[in-house]
Write a protein of this length. Structure first.
Length: 447
């Protein structure tokens, strides 16, 4: 049973099927181009789409909108220090702002950045600095149904192979993304956090944790790593991050806010450099492109995110959706991760080759059949990566109920039943930066 009750509601409706088809055609078969009012259940992302608590809404009223040195920034900084263990923090408008501030400070052309798996904006920010984004995942997440308990881990073996290829001097940064969003949202063990930190230290690289879903990852450590079975969740969450030299954070995930992000660093010199870059791209270092009320909401949300009832319900709701899909024969990655269920579209549509984007076809048909919006994270989103054809169903935090999940599962089952009827898609227009094409590219069915 949920540990909260609804205090405000937003009406939603399912448009008629013909209207959904027309909207999909007008959007160029890209659900990013749909209007939200045309979507019934929106699982495009869990970033900034959740429901804030009454305490967060109360915090909005406390917002100090002073340009410099606001009280809201002080309360925000105290929350980051308490929950995440970083005293030096630079706020940004969201997670990609944090990536720009940190990677723009650290990287040069010709560098390589290692990551358990780069997400789309992370990869794009590395590429934007002229550096190479190199994924070093363990192999388990790449096959639906074969993932291990910590299939999001960084492969130390792959890391050393990359060192041999590029040389130590060309690798200034090693990143660990927790949970591993691009690898089916799979968690990372505390043991792997330590191992990756030691690896980064040995090659003299800065160890950065992408902490967007740090609380969810801590829950998996508590439930799957025997050493931490009796440890308080908040202590586990903080210990993960204690091994990092720096963190990037989207407050739109595990700070439970609709906007915001930040960089946390330990080194005083790096802190000053990040502040100067933030002034150029984000705003003065005590507001970072945010209103004071947004800083207040993040401060409250960070503390709420490490409360055991919340995070347990969060992870269990994702598992519930996964179970409903699996019962109906929809191929998913198991065990489910902390924020989303990942469907294997290649298994769903074996007749559609990767270069015709079976994942994007599944995304389109989910919308056409039931007004459900999801996102493709396969060959369309990652054109130069050797990746499975995953579709992510990301659950907003504290937003949907079981009836919504049942609708999603029934919609996916309907698509599966018609799988033989579908053909692939081809791109008719895309933006110059290939790493970000899935946000705005347009497609049409293959003739």
């Amino acid at each position: 049973m949920r540990s909260y009750k609804a205090k405000a509601v937003e009406p939603i409706h399912l448009p008629p099927r013909d209207d959904r088809g027309a909207a999909l055609d007008a959007a160029g078969h890209n659900v990013f181009n749909l209007a939200s009012e045309d979507v019934f259940v929106d699982l495009l992302t869990d970033s900034g789409t959740g429901t804030m608590s009454d305490a967060q809404w109360a915090g909005l009223m406390r917002g100090d909108e002073s340009y410099a040195g606001s009280r809201s920034f002080q309360r925000f900084r105290e929350a980051v220090a308490e929950v995440m263990g970083f005293d030096r923090v630079v706020p940004t408008h969201q997670g990609r702002g944090a990536e720009n501030v940190l990677f723009g400070t650290l990287l040069e052309e010709g560098d390589a950045v290692l990551n358990n798996t780069h997400f789309d904006t992370t990869r794009a920010h590395v590429a934007n600095q002229g550096a190479d984004a190199v994924d070093c995942p363990v192999e388990a997440p790449w096959s639906a149904g074969e993932s291990g308990q910590f299939a999001g881990n960084f492969s130390i073996e792959a890391g050393w192979e990359t060192v041999e290829e590029y040389g130590r001097d060309a690798i200034p940064v090693v990143v660990l993304t927790i949970t591993n969003n691009s690898a089916a949202g799979q968690p990372v063990s505390m043991a792997n956090v330590r191992e990756t930190a030691a690896f980064a230290e040995e090659i003299d690289a800065l160890f950065v944790i992408d902490a967007c879903r740090f609380a969810e990852n801590a829950h998996f450590i508590k439930t799957r790593e025997a050493e931490y079975a009796d440890a308080p969740l908040a202590d586990i969450a903080r210990e993960q991050l204690s091994h990092a030299d720096a963190i990037t954070m989207s407050g739109k995930k595990d700070a439970l806010s609709n906007i915001g992000g930040f960089v946390g660093v330990r080194d005083a010199d790096l802190f000053e450099r990040c502040k100067q870059r933030a002034i150029l791209y984000e705003g003065f270092p005590t507001y970072g492109g945010l209103a004071g009320r947004d800083l207040e909401a993040m401060a409250v949300g960070l503390r709420e995110a490490v409360e055991p009832p919340y995070v347990q319900e969060r992870v269990e709701q994702v598992a519930t959706l996964g179970g409903l899909l699996a019962e109906r024969g929809v191929p998913i990655v198991t065990p489910t991760g902390g924020h989303a269920v990942y469907v294997d579209a290649a298994e769903m549509f074996p007749q559609i080759p990767a270069d015709q984007f079976p994942g994007q076809r599944f995304v389109c048909e989910l919308y056409r059949e039931g007004g459900v919006r999801a996102v493709e994270l396969g060959s369309f989103a990652f054109p130069d990566a050797d990746r499975p054809e995953f579709v992510r169903l990301a659950l907003p935090r504290r937003t949907y109920w079981r009836e919504h999940l049942e609708h999603v599962a029934e919609t996916a089952a309907t698509v599966r039943e018609k799988a033989d009827e579908y053909v692939g898609l081809e791109v008719t227009w895309e933006p110059p930066m290939e790493e970000l094409r899935h946000f705005s590219a347009e497609l049409e069915p293959v003739a």
